[in-house]
Every structure is written in C-alpha cells, then in structure tokens.
Design a binder for this molecule. Structure first.
Ligand code: SD4
Length: 333
C-alpha cells in the first residue's frame, strides 16, 4: 500500500525525472526507491549467521558496509570446518586449495583475486587489490606474490579432513557438482558454502563481498563466478546489490549478479529480479538441470531483500538487529 508520504515522495521524484527528460522502465523509476532506514546484512547459506554477527558488530557501531562485509567474509575463511571457503576448503583435483574472492563498495570501487593459494583471507587480499593497486583483479602466482608483499602470511590451507576426502575422491575421480553439497554432508550433517555477503550501513551505503574455494575437485586453474565482478557480486549504490552461489559456470554465462541489479533498476523486486536471472539461465539450456544449483541473493538500497534458486535448499541469513533470521529461498525447479 502506498502511504501519502510515499505518494508525495514518488511524485517529487517522478516530476524531477520528467523535468530532466528521464524515462521509466515499465512505468517504474529506479530513483523511486528510498534509502534503507537502518543497517542490514544478509549472506548466503546457514553459516551466514556467524558472518552476519561479525558484520553486525561493525554496522551497529556506525561502521561502513565495506568494513562489515569484509569482517563477515573473514569468519568462514578462517573456519577450518568450513570446506568451501578459505582454510580447510576442498582442493582441486590435483590437491591445491585455490581461492576466489571479490569485494565492491558504494563508490563502485572493486577488487578481486582468482585462483589464489596459501592465503587464508582472500577477501582482504581482494580489498588490498582495490585500495592499493590501480587494478581490479589479480590471479594465481601474481596474486600470491602481491599478498605476500602486503604482509599476508603464507599457510597450508589443506586440512587433514579435506585431504582425506580428496584422496577418497581420487579413487573414483568422477567429477560431478552436487546440488546443495554446501549445505548437506553424507549422513545428514551440515556443511557450508561460498559466502556472498551484502550490507547496507547506517549512512545508507551498500557494500558486498564474496569468497570461496570454488567447486570441489575442479580442474587446476579453474576460476568460477565468485571473483568476477558482475557475475558473483555486483553493487550499485543507487539501486542495490546482488551475489550468487552454486555452479559458477552458469552464473558467468549471464553475468548473473549484474543482471539481478539491472532487473532491480528496471523496477523488479529483489526476489523477482533473482527469479528473472535464473530464468535467463534456463533459457540458455538445454541441460540436465536436476544436477545444477544456482542461487541469487539481492538487497535493494531501501533494505528490501529477496532470493531465488534453481533447486530447493538454498538458505540465507538476514540480520537487522541482534538476531539473525534464516530464510529458505523459493525455487524454480
Ligand atoms: C563457484 N559459485 O566457484 C562458486 C561455488 C559455489 O555453491 O558457490 N558453490 O562456482
């Protein structure tokens, strides 16, 4: 329902845009969405709760969305039990743990690392690329060299548990991404996934980060969507932010997170924008979609949140106060 206050605000925006000769997509103005009324952070999968708590510690004290998403992403990166991010991540088929990460702020600045080895906090290296180099993306050996120059410590990221599982896998060496492997372990236990984390701070500015060890047992040198600005993450302070999880090859084909943000710019709700992006992926088929999971998570600048996935099982955590709410995304298939 549109209140009188909303109506007056919209009228002002619409007449201003009309004077400036602006056009509205589908009769809706991208400028019609106001700023969020308070800070908020969202992140992919159940383990987003611990990440959100770290991010919230910063947001609640008036910190920036950029600092908050970095702090949040660092939580699963440092957790050896989490086998899809940072330390303890599952290796590629040759036994290397290679990390992909990126970060983007309210000013449209961004940084990224791809196929980075031996550094726990890939997201912080991505931020250093953004803030301390004229570049956006560093990959492989060059990314490692940069990280070491910046004072990041060198670690062996392959834990005993991940090594044992990899050696088991080598016996059959059958490569097949499993939908929601991030949230399900054999025997019903919980595992976790790539984290995409989006925040709006008290000043109404947005930030986002994404970090992962990528698909388990991938080919050495494979890079997914997560470090690719526009695919795994996109932030536009005037519209909103989006992040992706699941099979990166599918996300890259439609530059997924950018697509979600552009759909929001055109007037879609965050949920509808995520759904539209997934439908675009399906239209690129044909494929055995039963084995493919992709999920999008979106935050509009006014604090409205939405998500959609191809398959059931994609969860995300939302925090705008001391407690998280875990939600399950609707799904297409
Ligand atoms: C990738 N999108 O490397 C990441 C992995 C992921 O759920 O998100 N898995 O393709």
């Amino acid at each position: 329902m549109i209140t009188r206050r909303d109506f007056l605000r919209l009228s002002t925006l619409f007449s201003g845009a009309a004077l400036a000769g602006g056009s509205f997509a589908g009769g809706r103005s991208p400028g019609a969405v106001g700023r969020a009324e308070g800070p908020l952070v969202i992140s992919t999968w159940d383990f987003g709760q611990a990440a959100n708590a770290a991010a919230w510690g910063i947001l609640a004290q008036g910190g920036t969305a950029l600092d908050a998403v970095e702090a949040g992403a660092r939580v699963p990166e440092a957790d050896p039990e989490n086998q899809s991010v940072g330390l303890g991540g599952r290796p590629d088929r040759d036994g290397h743990v290679t990390l992909d990460a990126c970060i983007m702020d309210a000013k449209g600045r961004c940084g990224s690392v791809a196929a980075l080895e031996h550094i726990v906090h890939a997201v912080s290296v991505a931020r250093a690329v953004m803030e301390r180099t004229p570049h956006v993306m560093l990959a492989g050996e060059g990314a490692l060299q940069f990280a070491l120059e910046q004072g990041f410590a060198k670690h062996d990221l392959l834990t005993e548990k991940s090594r044992r599982e990899w050696q088991e896998w080598l016996k059959e060496a059958r490569y097949r991404p499993v939908p929601n492997i991030e949230n399900a372990l054999p025997g019903g236990g919980r595992n976790h996934d790539t984290i995409g984390i989006l925040a709006v701070d008290a000043a109404g500015d947005l930030g986002g980060a994404c970090t992962t060890s990528g698909l388990a047992y991938k080919r050495h040198g494979r890079v997914g969507d997560s470090p690719i600005i526009g695919a795994g993450l996109y932030v536009d302070n005037g519209v909103g932010a989006a992040t992706a999880t699941g099979v990166g090859e599918e996300v890259v084909r439609i530059v997924g997170s950018h697509t979600v943000v552009e759909r929001m710019r055109a007037g879609d709700t965050p949920e509808e924008a995520c759904k539209q992006a997934l439908e675009r992926i399906l239209r690129l088929g044909p494929k055995a979609w039963r084995d493919v999971q992709v999920g999008f998570l979106a935050l509009r600048r006014d604090g409205v949140v939405g998500a959609y996935a191809l398959q059931d099982g994609f969860t995300y955590a939302v925090r705008s106060g001391p407690v998280d709410e875990v939600r399950r995304a609707p799904h297409l298939l």
